[in-house]
Design a protein around this ligand. Structure first.
Ligand code: SAH
Ligand code: SF4
Ligand code: F3S
Length: 475
């Protein structure tokens, strides 16, 4: 069969179609490896959030299935950048790295360079790459990562740059290979996309409309993970609190959690991200009564000013947010709260900023990710005229950071000198013979121990608080 006939013979249904292309590319990769006298290597660099990290595990699963072995850096035969565009600096890094790759490709002309992720869903980005970064081989987006094998087949059997970006999709392709970063914990997508259109945010444009996976598929995936050694899952979605609303048989996020809780062998359940506007009392009850849901909630505030929150299209006020925190703390007194805050949203005044500081002081977060507002093309906020001058934003950002850090270093003392269950995650990168693990409330602890404990839940005494983490000892 010639190339055209081979492509025409591919099944239309997924994942069968991708399995077909995986078999074909496996041959092509093996042939190249034979010529080189060594296996081909691949390297994925992931920018952005947990969704991208999970997507990269799926992409690596496909690459390993077709015969690539994992390399350690960009000096590899297949280099893939899974990009983020939530703030401009994430964007700029990718262009910098692409420049550097062009030199490497000159030395290794067989090298393949692929780009995917959120940045690629922006038409002006793809235009720029097609024009100025001709050494890129494959560009695809956030809706068709499952197609990687087919795209590699196209590139290996043709001479042109392969560009395949979808504007959106209704379908969710299940049952493709995945290669997890950690054997004992895993992210699990429960939904894709976002319908909220916060006025500063580009995610709804690059990730498409909200789609929930069927609860049965989610449970089946987690059962499979647990059978494979996973003890902790992180349920992933841009707004997990609206999970299930658009399913044929709608269920709530709280109900999904009840079902996940019943999975035998699973020890810990986390989830991200909760939008305050959709956080139900049912969810608070389920968290309170759960043995497995971790004592941690990430609850992005964005701003403490009700006026700014309205322009941000967040659909809650300062008072509603604080009342929600009160309800959470009344039900689950030991819950750790973390947040995201944006400084310098268009029109933010000193008074607005003071409101944000006020919420920070009232809630007393365990930690907070603080961001300088970044203007994203195509979002409503980018067109607003009253952008805040850079030096004003910078000064506010520094004040906020100082406040957040001071409070966090006090809040952490709540657990000092107690013994807590810790999931051991990896060898400590700073001290030989030490391990790093996490409490249920997400605080990190370092302690002396043997690497054989990695992936296990052990009792650790929290001896000394060091700002935002503990030094501890095994019990
Ligand atoms: N879905 C999540 C957030 C995903 S983006 C939620 O709604 O909470 C992660 C964080 O990036 C956001 O919470 C916000 O604080 C920040 N962010 C998003 N767009 C931004 C922008 N244009 N400038 C600065 N920070 C931004
Ligand atoms: Fe962005 Fe808002 Fe959606 Fe979060 S909820 S991804 S901040 S639009
Ligand atoms: Fe970035 Fe896309 Fe996540 S823009 S934050 S990688 S959804």
């Amino acid at each position: 069969m010639n190339r055209k006939e081979i492509i025409a013979a591919a099944p239309n249904a997924e994942p069968e179609r991708q399995k077909y292309f995986m078999e074909l590319v496996k041959e092509l990769v093996a042939e190249r490896a034979r010529k080189k006298g060594r296996p081909l290597t691949c390297f994925i660099s992931t920018f952005g959030c947990q969704m991208n990290a999970r997507d990269s595990e799926k992409l690596l699963g496909i690459l390993e299935e077709i015969g690539y072995v994992q390399g350690t850096d960009e000096n590899s035969d297949f280099v893939l950048y899974n990009t983020c565009t939530v703030r401009e600096n994430a964007n700029l890094k990718v262009y910098g790295r692409l420049g550097y790759l062009s030199g490497m490709k000159r030395k290794n002309p067989d090298m393949m360079i692929a780009l995917c992720g959120c940045m690629m869903q922006e038409p002006q980005v793809v235009e720029k790459i097609k024009k100025s970064y001709r050494h890129v081989d494959i560009i695809f987006g956030t809706h068709n990562i499952f197609k990687l094998a087919e795209l590699i087949y196209d590139r290996m059997t043709d001479t042109k740059m392969v560009v395949d970006i979808w504007e959106g999709t209704d379908s969710i392709v299940e049952n493709l290979p995945v290669e997890r970063k950690y054997p004992f914990k895993s992210g699990v997508n429960i939904m894709f996309g976002c319908n909220n259109f916060c006025s500063y945010c580009i995610v709804p444009y690059v990730r498409g409309r909200e789609r929930s996976r069927n609860p049965e598929d989610i449970i089946k995936e987690i059962e499979g993970l647990v059978a494979d050694g996973v003890v902790e899952v992180m349920l992933l979605g841009q707004n997990v609190n609206s999970y299930g609303k658009t399913l044929e048989h709608p269920i709530t996020f709280a109900e999904l959690l009840r079902r996940v809780e019943k999975i035998e062998g699973l020890e810990r359940i986390r989830f991200m991200t909760s939008h305050p506007k959709d956080l139900s009392d049912e969810l608070i009850d389920v968290m309170r009564d759960s043995e497995k849901i971790c004592r941690h909630l990430h609850l992005p505030l964005q701003s403490g000013s009700s006026r700014i929150l309205k322009v941000m299209n967040r659909k809650y006020t300062k008072e509603q947010y604080l009342a929600l925190v009160d309800r959470l703390r009344a039900a689950i007194p030991d819950i750790a709260l973390t947040t995201d805050i944006i400084v310098g949203f268009p029109g933010e005044t000193e008074e607005d900023f003071e409101e944000t500081l006020d919420v920070v002081r009232k809630v007393r977060y365990d930690s907070a990710f603080t961001f300088i507002y970044s203007r994203r093309t195509g979002t409503p906020a980018a067109a607003m005229e009253n952008q805040v001058p850079e030096e004003v934003v910078k000064a506010r950002f520094d004040r906020l950071l100082k406040e957040v850090q001071e409070i966090a270093s006090e809040v952490i003392l709540r657990d000092a000198h107690t013994v807590q269950k810790v999931l051991v995650e990896e060898p400590d990168t700073h001290e030989e013979g030490f391990l790093t693990g996490r409490l249920s409330n997400n605080t990190v602890v370092h302690f002396k121990g043997d690497a054989s404990l990695i992936g296990k839940i052990v009792d650790v005494s929290l001896d000394e608080a060091k700002g935002f983490y503990f030094m501890g000892s095994l019990k």
